[in-house]
Design a protein around this ligand. Sequence first.
Ligand code: URA
Length: 212
Amino acid sequence: MARQPAPGLHVVEHPLVVHKLTEMRRVETPSERFRQLLTEISFLLTYEVTRDLPTRDERITTPLTEMDAPVLVEEPAVISILRAGNGLLDGVQRVIPSARVGHVGLYRDHDTLQAVEYYCKFPPIAGRTVIVVDPMLATGNSAVAALDRVKADGPADVRFLCLLAAPEGVEQLREAHPDVGIWTSALDDHLNEVGYIVPGLGDAGDRIYGTT
Ligand code: URA
């Protein structure tokens, strides 16, 4: 089966996903519970983002007979945008335990809101499917910079997985990387003047690591 990335925006409105997201948005939800919910949601979102991965038939033997049964052609690689992207890794790796994982460190310059790279270590991703993860697609600057970096290594197709997206970030990412599909659990209303998603859930990194 040919690799067929699905470009465009995929909002996963499964009742379990939206329920968990609502709990994460609540200001009173503590870090421990926030992390647990993030793991659970990322598990469910990974199911959606990998829905069209190619399979091939392999001859196997069940306790009763032989059959041709589908197996993945290859596991995708996962690239986490530090630091909040790591909050999604646990759930992603539960669904794809043998996925090779890379990291790219980008911080947002508070004045310009532009992404600045400070760390990058990837597994071999040439010719592979790559899922880039970051909980918040806000301005889109970090996502675009991370995708630029990922694409420089020649992957076959690239997908972006986030928890929440702002229209501004979706537009920016789709303009820079129209071939990259975006999977999210909600498309929120807008960004505020300091680049936070509204209504949002606050600073995802702070809420994951309790640094508020
Ligand atoms: N990053 C976050 O953690 N939260 C936002 O609302 C926007 C960017």
